[in-house]
Design a protein around this ligand. Structure first.
Ligand code: GLA
Length: 384
C-alpha cells in the first residue's frame, strides 16, 4: 500500500471522516550550500519523496495531530498560547501560529502526518512538514497563500518558534519546485530561474546513514561567523549588507582584516556563490563536466573552509569521485552527516548505485540508502 493510501485509511479509522490530502516534497540541493542565509544563490530541486498531511476541519480551535512516523499524537488549543517544547509538533504549531499572525483566523483541525522522507538524511523533512501543514491549514481556512509568502512564513516559524536559524532554501523549493528542473534561487530577491536537468544525467542521492548531534548548534554558529565577517568587512569597504555583496576579489583584497576562521567561512560563501551561478549556466548549456567540477570544488570548500562535512560524507564523495560515469559528487544540505548528491551519466547510474553501496558498506559496516531522485513540483493538494 502506498503512503497516501495508508494515510487515508488510518485517518478515516481515527477521525471517522475522509481527509483532504496535501503533499510537500523534500529537496536535494545541487550546489549553493550555506549561501541562502547570506543573501546568496542556491540551486536545489524538489524530489519525488514527500511528506503528506491529511486534514479535516473541526468546529473548535484545537489542532489534533497524529504522526504515523512517530506513532504519537498531540492536541493543542490555538487559544492557549502554545509554546515550543522541542518536539516534532513544534513545526506544526509554529506554522499555525504564523498563519494566525498573518491575519488568518484558523478553525481547529484533525490532522495526520506521514512521510516517505528518511529522517536525518539532510533532505529537508522539517521544511516539507512545515510547508505541507501551512498549505493544508491555509487551504482549510479558505485562503491558500501565495507560494513564496508561505515559504517565508514557514522559515520564520522555524527560526522563531523552533529556534533553528535556517535560511529560506528548503521551504522555498518545497513550495515552488518545478518538475524536471532545478531552481536557481536568488535568496535576496527570491527570484527564481528553472534550469532543466539534462536527460543524459541522473541525480543519485546517497544517504550516509549518520546524522551527527552537532548539526543544529554548529549551524547557528556558522551563521554567527558569517555575521561577524559582514561586520568586519563592512568596516573595510562600502555596500556590504551580506556576504552576497563581497566578490572573491574583494575578499582577497580585504581578507587580512579577518581572523583566520572567519576568513575561511567567508571564503566558502563567497566562492560558493560564484560556483552556483556558474553551475546554473553549465546546466543550461549542457556542460555537465563543468557542473561536476564545480560540485567537487563545492565539497572541498564545505569540508576545508566551512568545516561542515564529516568522515562518512567525505568517504561517500571520495568513493563517487573515483567511479566511472560520475560527473560530480558533494555533500548536500546542512552537513554533519546526511546525504551526498551525485550527478551521474544516465547509463552508468544503475552500476554506480550498486558499486557505491558495496564500497561504502565494506568501508564502514553501514548499509547506505541509495536512490535516484526525480525533480518534482512544489506543494499542492493530492487529488483523491
Ligand atoms: C539547511 C537549512 C538551509 C540551508 C542549508 C545549507 O538545510 O535549512 O536553509 O542553509 O542547510 O545550505
Amino acid at each position: 500500500m502506498s503512503v497516501v493510501d495508508d494515510l487515508r485509511s488510518w485517518f478515516i479509522a481515527r477521525f471517522g471522516v475522509a481527509p483532504q490530502l496535501y503533499r510537500a516534497r523534500g529537496r536535494v540541493n545541487l550546489i549553493g550550500e550555506h549561501t541562502d542565509y547570506n543573501d546568496g544563490f542556491v540551486l536545489p530541486a524538489a524530489i519525488d519523496l514527500a511528506t503528506y498531511v491529511g486534514a479535516a476541519p473541526r468546529k473548535d480551535r484545537r489542532l489534533v495531530v497524529y504522526s504515523l512516523a512517530f506513532d504519537e499524537g498531540v492536541e493543542v488549543d490555538l487559544d492557549a498560547a502554545p509554546a515550543p517544547w522541542r518536539h516534532w509538533s513544534d513545526y506544526v504549531v509554529g506554522v499555525a501560529l504564523g498563519l494566525e499572525r498573518e491575519g488568518l483566523r484558523l478553525s481547529g483541525a484533525n490532522m495526520m502526518l506521514a512521510t516517505e522522507l528518511p529522517m536525518g538524511a539532510g533532505l529537508s523533512t522539517s521544511a516539507a512538514l512545515e510547508v505541507a501543514v501551512g498549505y493544508a491549514l491555509s487551504d482549510l481556512a479558505g485562503s491558500a497563500l501565495e507560494r513564496k509568502g508561505l515559504a517565508l512564513l514557514c522559515q520564520r516559524a522555524e527560526n522563531e518558534f523552533v529556534g533553528m536559524r535556517c535560511g529560506v532554501m528548503d521551504q522555498l523549493i518545497s513550495c515552488c519546485g518545478v518538475a524536471g528542473h532545478a531552481l536557481l534561487i536568488d535568496c535576496r530577491t527570491l527570484e527564481t530561474r528553472a534550469a532543466p536537468l539534462d536527460s543524459r544525467a541522473r541525480l543519485v542521492i546517497c544517504n550516509t546513514m549518520v546524522s551527527h548531534e552537532l548539526a543544529a548548534s554548529e549551524y547557528n554558529k556558522r551563521r554567527e561567523e558569517c555575521e561577524r565577517a559582514v561586520a568586519l568587512l563592512s568596516a573595510e569597504f562600502d555596500g556590504v549588507r551580506a556576504l552576497r555583496d563581497v566578490s572573491p576579489e574583494a575578499l582577497a583584497r580585504h581578507g587580512a582584516a579577518l581572523p583566520d576562521v572567519i576568513l575561511r567561512r567567508a571564503r566558502h560563501v563567497v566562492t560558493e556563490n560564484a560556483r552556483t551561478l556558474a553551475a546554473a549556466e553549465a546546466l543550461e548549456t549542457g556542460d555537465l563536466k563543468h557542473f561536476g567540477r564545480l560540485m567537487h570544488e563545492s565539497h572541498a570548500s564545505l569540508r576545508d573552509d566551512y568545516a561542515v562535512s564529516c568522515d562518512e560524507a567525505d568517504l561517500m564523495v571520495d568513493l563517487a569521485q573515483n567511479m566511472e560515469g560520475v560527473f560530480g559528487a558533494r555533500l548536500t544540505g546542512g552537513g554533519f552527516g546526511g546525504s551526498t548528491v551525485n550527478l551521474v551519466e544516465a547509463e552508468a547510474a544503475e552500476r554506480f548505485m550498486r558499486s557505491i553501496a558495496e564500497s561504502y558498506r565494506a568501508a564502514t559496516g553501514l548499509t547506505p540508502q541509495i536512490f535516484c531522485a526525480t525533480p518534482s513540483e512544489g506543494v499542492g493538494r493530492v487529488s483523491p
